[in-house]
Each structure stands twice: as C-alpha cells, then as structure tokens.
Ligand binder design. Structure first.
Ligand code: FUL
Length: 480
C-alpha cells in the first residue's frame, strides 16, 4: 500500500465513521411521550358500552332507573376478550359509568351500582371480571367514567368534584390492575334541571396519574389523546397530532370539531386523534339493531379513515342483555379481521430497494424504511426538508393501497407528499397527492401495476420515515 492509498483509505474510513455517527435529527415541535407512542401502536381497540341502557334501550339514561334493571343473565367477559383478541384489538375500554351514573363496579361513593342490583346478588363486579379477562388474553384494560352524572345528588355542587375524584380512585387504585386509558367524555346534557357542574380538571388528571402514571387520558383536549370531532369514524384527511389547548376545556369549551378532526398544524401539544365509532347505529345494544351491524365494507372504510389517517380506531361493540357480544357483531368482527388479513398479509414492497435523494448518514439510509424495524428510519440531513424516495420493487406489482409512516418519537413533520408510479413508457404518473402522514397513513389509489414507486415529501423539518408498504385490496368496494 503506498502513502496515497493509505491516506485515501484513512479518509474513507473517517467519512464512513462520521456518517455512522451522524446524530439523529433533533425532535421537531411537540413530541409524544413514550406512552403515547405505545398507545398509537395499538391501532385498534374495542369500546364496550354496557349498563342500564342495555336493558332500557335508551342512549342516555335518565339516572332514575331502578338498580334492579341491571341483571345480565350470562355475563361473560371472557367471551368479549376472546373476540376482541381474535379480531385484532389490543385493548378494551368499558363504560364503567355512563351519564346515568350507574357504576358497573361497587363504587363506595354511590348506591347506584351493581352492588344494589340483583346481578350476582349484588356481589358482582364487571370491571373485575373484564380486567381479569383482558389480562388473560394479553389485552389492555381501560375505563370510561362519565364526568356528567344524572344520578349523583351532589352533581352541580363543588362536592361532586370530590365524589368524582374518589370514584376515579376506586377504579385506578390498583384493584383492577393497570388501566391503560381513562376516557373523559365531554358529552353533557345538563342544564334543563338547573344543574351545572364546574369541573376540577387538573384535580381529575392528578388523581388518575397518581395511580396510573402511564394512562392515556382521553378528552376533547387530551392531555393523552383527543376526540376526533365526530362519531362516524372519520379522521381528517389532513391530521396533525398537534393541538392547541390553551383556553379550551372538554365539553362545551372544546375546540371546534373541524380543529379536533385535523389538529393544529403548529399546535403546541402532542394530542393525537382517537376515532370512536360504534359497530351499530347506537352506542348501546338494542334488539332492533341486530340487523344494522355495519358491513365489512363500511368497517374497512372506517379503518382507512382512522388507522389509515394517523388515528387510533376505538370501535364500539356493545354486549347485549345476556352480557355477551351478540353473534351478529362477533361474526361481523371476524369477517372484518379476515378482510384486513387478506389485504395486509402480503406487502408488495417486500424485497424492494429503496434510495433517497439525500440521507443524513449510514444509520439513516432509505432501506431502513423497508426492513429496519420500528426504530430504524431514514432521515434527511439537517436543513433538507424536501426529499424524494424511490422504491425499486422486486418485479412488477399490482396494488391500490400505499402505506407510509413517520417516526413519531421525533415528531410529525411531513406537510404534503405525492406518490408516483413508473409507467410502461418510462415516465412517472402521479397516483396520489396528500398532506399529512403521521404515525401511519394509508392512501387509496387506483389499481396500479408497476415496478417502481416514487414518493416526494415536503416537511417542516428534515423528514424522518420508518415505514412504507404496498397492498392490494380486492374486498372493499367503497371509497371513503
Ligand atoms: C358520547 C356519549 O354521549 C355517548 O353516549 C357515547 O358514550 C359516546 C362514546 O360519547 O359523547
């Protein structure tokens, strides 16, 4: 080896080591907590509306229902959990207390609970049964505890805040194991009876966090995740996980629904959207809706407009008066899961070679997007906010779904992107023009056959992507 070769070799080694050691991009804007990242990765959870309304057919109970109305004949939380698990959900959130105030656990702060019902001679506890069933299936357990209470005599006075805090304590103090999500519903029909509650939100949050420090708290303004602004299963086509909450409260003081739907592009808090929607027209089970369970088409459409739009899907599957999930719902859920498996089992981008217009170094090469695992990503160098990624596919592939993921632990950066496919005559054809990506974006395109796909992104900071996939959906006939 002569001196010149040695110098060149040393220089090459120095460059390689510099590239290898290039630091990860600085986080951009508000970033998620590790718990919020894990929450987002759950993608689909099951909601279970259950309580006196199941037996009366009401959507909002009056709070005056006699406790003996609650008497499921064959409650089987093991059945709910096993169906949820098979259908691909990662957790179940139950309405421990809906607006009627009835508690599905023996809440010491109330007499309007299962303890006063004939079910199991007043010795039953639905939260206990469900939390144990979830643990048995490896699912997470969450609770909805309505702040609005039409039964509690203290409602509308400062004392109610203490009652509500102790109510939260009796759910979160560990007796039901870990609670992954606490739902604070903003719905409130108070007023006509003269009662209006001034809620002590900081105290409620502190109470939950004292016992369940990792819990994600849902409300119109988070702090863990936000309502998506509608109950029809549709997150914004543009959907930022940022939200400005200053001056807003859950419920009547919430940001406008279109803001909740799309987030705030430069919002100061990381509060991602959760899309809650029912598999039936109503939130509670009703005999008359057994033939109105949403079709697989409809459910797939909802999947694309929720999980496919940077949101978590919380699908309500309400148990019936026996205390079991009705066969009409369970059968549909399994068909839905089969359809998802059919569509997403084969990633047509597998075996592709990825290149980028620029990369920040060896640890951030474009190929990481395809086969690096969640925490391996491609990133553009500092100062570079526009970039192009080219995917040379492993032969010609036919697809109509394009999936992209940003590495959200470093924030949400991409403001717009286009997807192009190489045509027979060697020119690029645009097949999608969209805005945000976030944790996951699934774009519906025409059916395309090509061996090369190009994605061009524009971002507010160097883009950081960790996922790309191509899929063929021959099942869904709706275009949400
Ligand atoms: C709404 C409630 O009023 C409905 O009854 C249901 O619980 C839904 C999830 O949230 O705000």
């Amino acid at each position: 080896m002569n001196a010149r070769t040695i110098i060149l070799a040393l220089a090459a080694a120095a460059v390689a080591s510099a590239c290898k050691n290039a630091p990860a991009p600085e986080p951009y804007g508000a970033i998620p907590s590790p718990q919020q990242v894990e929450w987002q990765k759950m993608e689909m959870n099951m909601f279970a509306h259950f309580g006196p309304n199941t037996f009366t057919g009401r959507e909002w109970g009056l709070g005056t229902e006699a406790e003996d109305i609650f008497n499921p004949t064959d409650l089987d939380c093991g059945q709910w959990a096993s169906i949820a698990k098979t259908a691909g959900f990662k957790g179940i959130i139950i309405t421990g207390k809906h607006h009627d105030g009835f508690c599905l656990w023996p809440n010491p702060m109330s007499t309007h609970t299962v303890a006063s019902s004939p079910w199991k001679d007043g010795k039953g506890d639905v939260l206990k049964e469900l939390s144990e069933a979830c643990a048995g299936e490896g699912l997470k357990f969450g609770v909805y505890v309505s702040p609005w209470d039409r039964n509690d005599p203290h409602y509308g006075t400062p004392e109610y805040n203490d009652v509500y805090v102790k109510t939260l304590e009796s759910v979160h103090d560990g007796r039901y194991g870990e609670v992954f999500e606490q739902w604070f519903d903003g719905a409130n029909g108070e007023g006509p009876n003269g009662k209006k509650q001034v809620y002590d939100w900081p105290l409620f949050h502190q109470t939950v966090l004292k016992y369940s420090p990792d819990a994600i708290m849902f409300s119109d303004v988070g702090p863990g995740c936000r309502w998506v602004g509608n109950e029809s299963g549709v997150a914004g086509r543009t959907n930022w996980s940022f939200l400005d909450i200053e001056g807003f409260t859950p419920g009547a003081g919430a940001p406008p629904t279109d803001t909740l739907n799309c987030g705030n592009v430069h919002g100061h808090s990381w509060i991602p959207a959760e899309t809650d929607v029912s598999i039936r027209p109503g939130w509670f089970w009703r005999e008359s809706e057994n033939d109105k369970v949403k079709s697989v088409d409809k459910l797939l459409g909802i999947y694309y407009t929720s999980v496919g739009r940077n949101s978590l899907l919380l699908l309500n599957v309400p148990p019936d008066t026996t205390g079991r999930i009705h066969p009409a719902d369970s059968a549909r859920l399994l068909e839905f899961k089969d359809a998802l498996d059919r569509i997403f089992k084969e990633d047509l981008a597998e075996g592709a070679k990825a290149t980028a217009s620029s990369s920040r170094g060896r640890n951030y090469k474009a190929q990481n997007i395809l086969n690096g695992g969640y925490d391996a990503f491609w990133a553009a160098p500092d100062g570079v906010c526009d970039a192009t990624l080219t995917f040379n596919l492993n032969g010609k592939k036919t697809f109509n779904r394009v999936m992209l993921q940003e590495y959200i632990p470093l924030g949400q950066r991409v403001s717009s992107f286009t997807v192009e496919a190489m045509t027979e005559d060697d020119s690029w054809k645009t097949i999608a023009e969209e805005t945000t990506i976030g944790y996951k974006r699934i774009v519906l395109t025409e059916k395309v056959t090509t061996d090369k796909v190009r994605v061009t992104v524009k971002a507010y900071a160097p883009p950081v992507l960790n996922g790309f996939g191509l899929f063929m959906d021959t099942t869904c006939t709706v275009r949400p």
